[in-house]
Write a protein that binds this ligand. Structure first.
Ligand SMILES: [Zn+2]
Length: 256
């Protein structure tokens, strides 16, 4: 169920999790633990899968956002409209989402969990354990280059965070993420650490190296727990599984 799970009792009260595709009830290309694709999976499977995650992590309320590869950060300390539990199900339809539009979520609310859905893009979890500020961000190529990670760190500082730690979760690695030469060049001009080549010698982008470099420049302590989604059978991959790929999540919660 979890590719990585850090218990809050071992991490200053903040739990961190990155799910894999095992241990759920979905079948086919979304099997088993699909936590995002309601267009090609049954709503009841999504509910059951999330219930299994909730039970394993001992969490109840989970906030989610409608992700658009941008840099807006949602502060989930407000009216709770994004905590309804299953508002994230069926989020795919443009303009119909009940969720706030953003690619990162920040909170200081004890007992709340935050989730980001991915299947090759980079999920990044942030925490300032001492101040009780935590966040989850979705950084694909566009969001990473546009600065969603610095924007998340800034939003955390605005609600009282001082020293940040970050966990970079599973995503497609630089040896697998082939892109057109011009796209690789443009990315490297903006963020040199993304420069990469695939294992078969073609231009590529290393999202994880770019994310780590951005965070380290901000003084964030970076932990990389990021096996490649493309080459790891137990992880969903948009590139690897095609248009029917399910979604895994990056999850963070305050147990206090
Ligand atoms: Zn790879």
């Amino acid at each position: 169920m979890f590719a990585t799970m850090i218990d809050p009792t071992d991490n200053g009260g903040i739990g961190v999790g990155f799910t894999d595709r095992l241990g759920g009830v979905s079948t086919g290309t979304t099997g088993q633990l699909n936590l995002g694709r309601s267009d090609i999976d049954e709503i009841d499977h999504l509910r059951q899968n999330m219930a299994l995650v909730r039970r394993a992590a001992r969490i109840t309320r989970i906030a989610a956002v409608h992700q658009v590869h941008g840099i807006d950060v949602h502060l989930a300390d407000g009216d709770g409209r994004d905590w309804s539990g299953d508002a994230w199900i069926g989020d795919g339809a443009p303009g119909k989402s009940r969720l706030p539009v953003a690619d990162a979520i920040v909170s200081t609310t004890p007992g709340l969990a935050l989730m980001i859905r991915v299947a090759d893009c980079v999920p990044v979890i942030f925490a300032d354990q001492e101040r009780g500020v935590f966040a989850a961000a979705h950084a694909g190529r566009l969001g990473l280059l546009a600065g969603v990670l610095p924007a998340t760190a800034q939003a955390m500082h605005e609600v009282g965070a001082r020293q940040l730690s970050a966990w970079i979760g599973p995503h497609i690695c630089g040896a697998c993420y082939e892109v057109p030469e011009q796209m690789a060049h443009d990315a490297a001009c903006q963020l040199p650490e993304t420069r990469a080549h695939t294992s078969w010698g073609t231009p590529a982008i290393d999202l994880g190296a770019g994310a780590a470099a951005q965070l380290q420049r901000l003084g964030v302590e970076v932990h990389r727990v990021d096996p490649c989604t493309f080459t790891t059978d137990t992880l969903f991959s948009h590139r690897g599984d095609g248009p029917g790929a399910g979604r895994q999540i990056g999850l963070v919660w305050s147990a206090r």
